[in-house]
Design a protein around this ligand. Structure first.
Ligand SMILES: C[S@@+](CC[C@H](N)C(=O)[O-])C[C@H]1O[C@@H](n2cnc3c(N)ncnc32)[C@H](O)[C@@H]1O
Length: 218
């Protein structure tokens, strides 16, 4: 069996310095998040920015949905990679970080392509379903307790062949460690099993950042 390379910070830096160059406002968000202390961990990693950029460029989705926006790094990343006429709908319940995200979208002159709903995502997802809105690419990165809910609600409004990408599914590697049984590790393990057994999608996990589940609706 082929073996996988074990990444360390040095290799990660090498990879990042040889991949797509980020937009100046992406760097600004990363710098801003560094001032926030512990919660800066919420933002996606640079390698995940590269991945989201590339997959959006290849798939060319017309309507992207993001669940969990924080200060805007992932939404900005996908918006900058979208085609001219595509739109991104972003959901987050936190008014303060949503205002920060909007200010960065404006700075990058991409705010006219992003519709940010500040509310509980479960409520907004139901509204989008009732309005018969459809998406072809969905990125899930909000509270882990609701991952199964988000996934089921997302599938309802996803086109056939549409893609759902879910962040943090390796949870620092803890999901694979039988000795780690805290509440969130168990939640993510349950979510990963749910996806594995879900016949509506075909899926794979990629070890990028904290682990991404990539799911295609059959
Ligand atoms: C991990 S952060 C998202 C990081 C973001 N994708 C980025 O690249 O910076 C999770 C976000 O989910 C939001 N969130 C948590 N529970 C939520 C809920 N029930 N409805 C909407 N947003 C929620 C939080 O406010 C937080 O901003």
């Amino acid at each position: 069996m082929g073996s996988n390379l074990k990444l360390n910070d040095q290799i990660e830096q090498y990879i990042n310095s040889h991949s797509i160059k980020l937009h100046p406002v992406q760097y600004e968000i990363i710098k801003y998040n560094e001032t926030l202390g512990e919660i800066k961990k919420m933002q996606i990693s640079i390698s995940q920015c590269h991945f989201l950029h590339f997959i959006v460029k290849i798939i060319k989705p017309k309507n992207i949905l993001e669940i969990g926006t924080f200060t805007g790094l992932s939404a900005l990343t996908m918006s900058l990679a979208m085609d001219k006429n595509s739109k991104l709908t972003a959901l987050d319940k936190n008014e303060e970080t949503s205002n920060v995200a909007m200010s960065f979208f404006k700075k990058a002159k991409i705010d006219n392509k992003i519709n940010l709903h500040v509310n509980n995502a479960i409520v907004t997802l139901e509204e989008l379903h009732n309005q018969k809105k459809k998406f072809d690419f969905i990125f899930i990165d909000a509270d882990k307790e609701n991952y199964i809910n988000y996934f089921n609600n997302s599938l309802n409004i996803l086109d056939n062949n549409g893609i759902i990408v879910v962040d943090n599914v390796l949870w620092y590697g803890d999901v694979a460690d039988q000795n780690k049984n805290d509440r969130l590790t168990i939640k993510i393990r349950e979510f990963n099993k749910f996806i594995k057994d879900d016949n509506r999608v075909e899926s794979l996990i990629l070890p990028i950042g904290d682990g991404l589940f990539i799911c295609r609706k059959k």
